[in-house]
Design a protein around this ligand. Structure first.
Ligand SMILES: [Zn+2]
Length: 214
């Protein structure tokens, strides 16, 4: 778990290799079901086409379908799910029916000022659509380093929009953090520093690295 811009997807990709477990990404699964027009995909599409949020039951169905397909000998890594306490309860119940449970919930924490800086500093090239950061933009000539195209800020990446996304995230996530904290599952890892720094902290919190001597 972690706010948008915390680097969850990047860390999940590394952990998948390091822990040798399947990476179950809610975003990837949604795209798969929509593309293949599965039963669940068609139900989800009918809401998306009307501009409505996909109801919890469908989201839960899509994830649990995948989780239950993992052999009981294997672990798994969830990314992007659960997002609400209702989803977390549904997940716990389904796992308990199979005598399984979550081992840990890793929360990559990044403070709001840093997130605003990271997310609000995203620029896009008008020509090749490549993403650029504020520091690249300021360090260079304000043009795309790939093709020399003009850089602009998408509406989604403007500070007001970013602030709005962070508010939505906090409203839905704080109760979920409490839910896992009360169950003793929550591990909080600072999301600052390099990708390697954060990865090292996550592995060591999961007991996958020897504790640093000093
Ligand atoms: Zn470009």
């Amino acid at each position: 778990m972690g706010p948008p811009g915390a680097g969850k997807g990047t860390q999940a990709q590394l952990l998948k290799e390091q822990l040798k477990v399947p990476h179950i990404s809610s975003g990837d699964l949604f795209r798969y079901h929509l593309r293949e027009r599965t039963g669940l995909g068609q139900q989800a599409a009918s809401y998306i086409h009307q501009g409505l949020l996909v109801p919890d039951e469908i989201t839960i169905g899509i994830i649990l379908d995948k989780v239950l397909g993992v052999s009981t000998q294997e672990g798994f890594l969830l990314d992007g799910f659960p997002r609400t306490v209702d989803q977390a309860v549904a997940l716990d119940n389904t796992l308990a029916e199979r005598s399984r449970r979550l081992d840990w919930v890793v929360f990559i924490n990044v403070d709001e000022a840093e997130l605003l800086h990271r997310l609000g500093g995203r620029y896009t090239c008008r020509e090749c659509q490549a993403p650029h950061t504020l520091s690249e933009t300021q360090g260079g000539d304000g043009k795309c380093s790939n093709c020399g195209g003009e850089l602009y800020q998408r509406d989604d990446d403007r500070p007001e929009a970013v602030e709005q996304r962070l508010q939505v995230y906090q409203t839905e996530t704080f109760p979920l953090l409490d839910y896992y904290r009360q169950r003793g599952l929550l591990i909080e890892v600072p999301g600052i520093g390099s990708v390697e720094d954060v990865n090292h902290r996550v592995l060591s919190a999961l007991g996958q690295l020897p504790v640093d001597v000093n």
